[in-house]
Design a protein. Structure first.
Length: 301
């Protein structure tokens, strides 16, 4: 349990914003939750998160410390490309599930992060890695993990605003695109017949994918995709919509025995660092299974 009392040393700022400067490992949403629950009070009274503080007011607080996540720490194979006190950039291999779920309790990225990273901070009151964005199990490549609430909130806001956070993917697609580059727009929702799949649907969320054909082979196109939105399975669904499913995608295309899943790789990632304000940019080359398939099956026109 964390508790204490202190006096406000300035006037004119919102309570939640003022407290964020004092409790640096708590996000603004977490602070609001504590205020709303009466776990943070001003002069012994419950107030709104947007209340303006006045110098000399007494703030009291009492809340639980970060609770451990009920997930085992395991030595899981993935590459840490970059690490500092705020975040990690990792290169996820194909086949690695990001979060534990009902069908996969162990051997996930989260299990591995708990093993490899010793200074993870609390996210929303629970000691757990801050997965800012996800990759499908069989999609390989770059991901960001936040180490504290401030970094998580800052990066999540970048993703939502779509301007500073940029992701690029490379995929091998069946057939040949009509245009060498273009923009795909649709609405994407859960498939009504199969809740594990996504589908183009007027009742879904708006999704935008830009593409550029990098290389053309006899049977396939090697394509770069950049996302303007981040819907579940977005690139895979849009490729199916164009009748050019990603090679090896056994959900939206065709299964290939020599592959464990789709040839889709998150190769480029750029964002603004939450503490320094500098642009961070990373690239990861194609993984061995992708390169091997290109070498064996892809002949130039």
């Amino acid at each position: 349990m964390v508790s204490g009392v202190f006096k406000v040393d300035m006037s004119g700022e919102r309570l939640d914003k003022y407290l964020q400067n004092r409790f640096k490992n708590l996000s603004r949403s977490r602070i609001k939750e504590l205020i709303d629950n009466g776990q943070i009070m001003v002069n012994g009274k419950t107030v709104k998160a947007g209340a303006i503080v006045q110098e000399g007011q007494e703030i009291s607080y009492q809340f639980e410390e970060n609770k451990p996540l009920e997930v085992e720490s395991e030595d899981v194979d993935f590459e840490i490309v970059y690490e500092d006190s705020d975040l990690l950039v990792i290169n996820k291999p194909q086949g690695l599930v990001v979060h534990p779920c009902s069908s996969t309790k162990n051997g996930t990225l989260v299990n591995g992060l708990l093993f490899k990273v010793k200074d993870l901070s609390g996210i929303n009151g629970v000691l757990r890695p801050g997965i800012v964005h996800r990759l499908d199990k069989n999609t390989s490549g770059l991901m960001i993990v936040a180490k504290n609430d401030n970094a998580h909130t800052f990066l999540a806001k970048q993703i939502a605003e779509k301007e500073q956070f940029k992701r690029k993917y490379i995929a091998l697609c069946e057939g040949h695109f009509k245009n060498s580059e273009g923009r795909i727009e649709s609405f994407i929702a859960r498939d009504k017949k199969d809740r594990k799949k996504m589908a183009v649907s007027d009742s879904g969320k708006f999704a935008v994918t830009n593409y550029k054909v990098l290389k053309t082979y006899q049977k396939y196109d090697l394509v770069e995709f950049s996302l303007e939105t981040g819907r579940t399975h977005q690139i895979r669904v849009h490729c199916k919509m164009l009748n050019h499913p990603i090679v090896g995608d056994d959900v939206y295309g065709h299964q290939i025995k020599s592959l464990k899943g789709q040839l889709l790789h998150s190769y480029s990632l750029s964002f603004i660092h939450p503490s320094t304000g500098k642009v961070m940019q990373f690239e990861a080359g194609l993984p061995p299974h992708f390169e091997e398939f290109l070498k064996i099956h892809c002949k130039n026109l």
